[in-house]
Design a protein around this ligand. Structure first.
Ligand code: SF4
Length: 301
């Protein structure tokens, strides 16, 4: 399921009568094939912005006559809270709560990038928040196999500077190691209670990535013991297919092959207010970052 397909499925579900659809606010502007969730809300859909998936569980408790669906997307970082919502709903015996699940995993995506014939990547800053949950053992065989330094890095500007410094230093010294710049948050084994919960609630599944295609074992789906909480099954939207905008080169941007401003839609058809692709949606996305912080320095087109 691509990001576009997940939004299309969310739109179908959110438009269903007697459904309360809960989501983080930034997902409401992500475009589907024909409209976004904000338009569904404007048309009268009961879409509620929540700050935690557990808020959606509370909404389900308070509205037993409605089906409540939470849009559960993101990397390993957001997965424990989403897993907890399902775990909690099962513990409470709720039958009107489900999640539309589209989690993706970092290490298989790194391997897909590194094994591509077009690969230009010589080193990785591994995202500190992901490693806070998962630890960094998974990266050690990747660094060794593809001979790339990997430095687990935090998010403050000085963290990123130090992460780049550590990566370049490894390259200059001919070393290939996994180093931890973000030791104040990340332990090698990660957050063990969170990982235990993830392994109970989710199983790894193949996932389609925008512009890249299917990467084996690169996503989470609900384990069979939690399948009653799978919105795709509750609402029968499993086979929905959607084509990406032909303007969007997010796949190439995500692979480091093109810069965001080399996309013909950058800052024109595609802006943070009206994004065409996922990298323009979140402030962490490459296209949004170029839009907010890099436009003044870009060559005029
Ligand atoms: S600028 Fe927009 S359309 Fe272009 S690659 Fe980025 S997200 Fe896609």
């Amino acid at each position: 399921m691509t990001p576009l397909e997940i939004i299309d499925k969310a739109i179908v579900i959110a438009s269903t009568p007697d459904v309360i659809f809960a989501s983080f606010g930034d997902m409401l502007r992500v475009p589907g094939s024909k409209k976004d969730l904000l338009s569904v809300k404007a048309e009268g859909g009961d879409i509620r912005i929540v700050y935690s998936p557990l808020d959606a569980v509370k909404i389900a408790q308070q509205n037993p006559g409605k089906k409540v669906v939470f849009l559960a997307v993101g990397f390993e970082t957001t997965a424990p809270a989403n897993a907890m919502s399902v775990f909690q709903a099962k513990r409470l015996g709720l039958t009107n709560f489900s999640i539309l699940c589209s989690h993706v995993l970092v290490p298989p995506a790194m391997e897909a990038l590194l094994s591509s014939p077009a690969n230009l990547i010589q080193g990785f800053l591994a995202a500190g928040h992901v490693c806070t949950i998962m630890g960094y053992d998974e990266y050690i065989p990747i660094a060794a196999k593809y001979k790339v330094p990997i430095v687990v890095t935090g998010f403050e500007p000085v963290d990123i500077l130090q992460g780049i410094y550590m990566t370049v230093k490894q390259l200059e010294e001919g070393r290939v190691e996994v180093e931890n710049q973000y030791a104040r948050s990340v332990r090698r084994e990660g957050n063990l209670p969170a990982r235990k919960l993830l392994s109970e609630v989710f199983v790894t599944i193949d996932r389609k990535w925008r512009g890249i295609g299917t990467i084996p074992s690169s996503g989470y789906g609900l384990a069979s013991s939690f399948s009653a909480f799978d919105a795709e099954k509750v609402f029968d939207v499993g086979e929905l297919h959607a084509d990406e905008s032909p303007l969007c080169i997010a796949g190439q941007v995500l692979q480091g092959l093109r810069k965001p401003h080399e996309c013909s839609a950058f800052g024109k058809e595609c802006t943070p207010e009206r994004p065409l692709g996922a990298p323009m949606v979140s402030s962490e996305g490459a296209c949004a970052a170029y839009y907010h912080f890099g436009r003044a320095r870009l060559p005029s087109s």
